[in-house]
Design a protein around this ligand. Structure first.
Ligand code: FDA
Length: 506
């Protein structure tokens, strides 16, 4: 397999085999393991029993990507596409079928054009690199994307992408101008040549279903010279229930310049098991303004000027990445990829359309104490999110109050330990059924969760795809299926949760 792939790859790229072999790793290659592990971001899928790819290809140019697609096709392997490797269930680098990995970490240019208020960001760039390259050129521009700097552009933007400016500027995909993709025929297409349907599909309909995304042209957004961050914590026995209850009516409705994330975590405090609720916020403005705004709208928070820190936007991105000394850190750390560093983890998601009553919050806290470890993250919507039509992009969850992320990480693992933590996630998700969106229940594609259904791509592929597809995309699933059927009728680009083609009528 390796020899025939290499021969084809060398012919198509017009490069000598000895040269091109530096970017094609068979399992016998001494660098294979480190290349594979470099972008495994969930230690659950970094074990000796995790299925391994037959070949890893690390293209260095667009034409390499095109050749890799064309040379994989006849070999009948599943092609997994990986940019930053942050898929929560590892779908970019594992498979139970024989597979290759197309790893885009070398396709990472970021070109910022301040005069045009835009940037071309390559799929293999990390969000930290994007933020840093913007900051190098301008202190008053930013881009609305995720808060974790090592997340890859390829998976993040193709799946929607949100961060702490979503109430002001929407999702990352609400700020796209153009894109480049390699299609199933190896053609390199831009927005014009791929057409509006395919461009729409890769603006939130998920990477890995339609082609290989090479990069996106994005609109930069204006950010003030000074922004404010704060973190306020309360415990279950001292105001947290009221704070979380009230947050539901403030977080999604307040000034769009304000994003207040709510973290809810079972903890032990003074030897007593309790729940801590923390509001972590970004305000696109000065501290005095947000303090007086919240004194009126959210007195239960008890925000004081002393809780607030004023800084630049890039420093706020560092602070949100848990850097308490953000104002002293050189933003260059965003260029550090922190290779092969991760704990074990599981995520799930839900959407809330009507406020959860106070006794519901109380019962939730009790359930979390009982389970012991799993935490929740509430991300408020409203603002710009509610202004975008549900079919403007494949991302359908526009008119919700907030999104819930179920989150559990652990450091040491064994099959038993893992089973226990995965079970906590399932039990809490099931406990929340009465409080969250239904028919179908919602889920966020970028919070990949294979518990909601997987696709074996056999005769029931459409039916299987409809289960998770409707949860992620609602009615937009139908348009995604039509586009998929038109651009990749043989279903070459597939993974356990990709968009299926239309069933062939008998
Ligand atoms: P990865 O390479 O694993 O790809 C994810 C999926 O996209 C896979 O199915 C893959 O095949 C496909 N894909 C990747 N590159 C592609 C390409 N070039 N062309 C076609 N398909 C491609 N999300 C969010 O919205 N806001 C946030 O703040 C965060 N924060 C966050 C923190 C941490 C620590 C993690 C682990 C994850 C997040 N996420 C997130 C979720 C994140 O947005 C999601 O996992 C993205 O898909 C990750 O993109 P990567 O390229 O890193 O992943």
């Amino acid at each position: 397999v390796y020899d025939s792939f290499l021969k084809c790859f060398s012919e198509r790229t017009k490069s000598p085999q000895t040269e091109i072999a530096k970017n094609v790793f068979a399992q016998s290659n001494p660098s294979y393991s480190s290349v594979l592990r470099a972008y495994i971001r969930n230690a659950r899928f970094n074990t000796s029993s995790t299925p391994k790819p037959t070949i890893i290809v690390t293209p260095r140019s667009d034409s390499h990507v095109s050749a890799a697609v064309l040379c994989s096709k006849p070999l009948n392997f599943v092609l997994k596409i990986r940019s930053g490797g942050h898929d929560y269930d590892g779908l970019s680098y594992i498979s139970d079928k024989p597979f290759f990995i197309l790893d885009l970490s070398n396709i990472r240019d970021v070109t910022v054009d301040i005069a045009d208020q835009s940037a071309w960001i390559s799929a293999g760039a990390t969000l930290g690199e994007v933020y840093y390259r913007i900051w190098e050129k301008s202190k008053i521009h930013g881009f609305p994307a995720g808060v974790c700097p090592t997340v890859g552009v390829g998976g993040h933007l193709s799946g929607g992408g949100y961060g702490n400016m979503l109430r002001k500027f929407g999702l990352s995909v609400d700020n796209l101008i153009d894109a480049k993709i390699v299609d199933v025929n190896g053609q390199i297409l831009d927005r014009k040549s791929m057409g509006e349907d395919l461009f729409w599909a890769i603006s939130g309909g998920g990477g890995g279903s339609f082609g290989v995304v090479l990069g996106y042209k994005v609109k930069l957004v204006p950010v003030p010279q000074t922004v404010t961050v704060f973190r306020v914590e309360q415990y279950m026995d001292s105001g947290a229930v009221d704070m979380v209850t009230k947050w539901q009516s403030v977080g999604p409705k307040t000034d769009p310049n304000l994003f207040m994330r709510m973290l809810i975590q079972p903890v032990t405090r003074n030897k007593v098991k309790t729940v801590r609720a923390s509001v972590v916020a970004l305000y696109l403005g000065k501290a005095n303004d947000v303090v007086s705004l919240l004194a009126k709208e959210f007195p239960e928070l008890g925000l004081k000027k002393g809780d607030c820190k004023e800084m630049t936007w890039i420093q706020s991105a560092l602070w949100w990445n848990n850097d308490v000394n953000a104002t002293k850190t050189d933003p260059k750390v965003f260029l550090d990829r922190n290779l092969d560093s991760s704990s074990f983890g599981k995520r799930k998601s839900d959407y809330v359309a009507t406020e959860i009553p106070r006794d519901g919050i109380e019962s939730l806290f009790k359930k979390m104490i009982e389970l012991g470890k799993i935490g929740l993250v509430f991300n408020p919507y409203g603002g710009k999110m509610a202004e975008v039509a549900e079919d403007a992009t494949p991302f359908r969850h526009r008119n919700k109050l907030f999104k819930i992320q179920y989150s559990v990480n652990w450091k040491e693992s064994s099959p038993e330990i893992e089973k226990g933590f995965l079970n906590q996630a399932k039990v809490l998700h099931s406990f929340m059924t009465g409080f969250v969106s239904k028919n179908p229940r919602g889920a966020y594609l970028n919070y990949r969760d294979v518990d909601i259904g997987v696709n074996d791509h056999g005769v029931d592929s459409y039916k299987e795809g409809e289960v998770y597809g409707r949860m992620y995309f609602g009615q937009n699933f139908d348009r995604l299926v039509k586009i998929k059927t038109a651009v990749d009728p043989q279903n070459f680009f597939r993974n356990e949760q990709s968009i299926p083609t239309l069933p062939i009528s008998k």
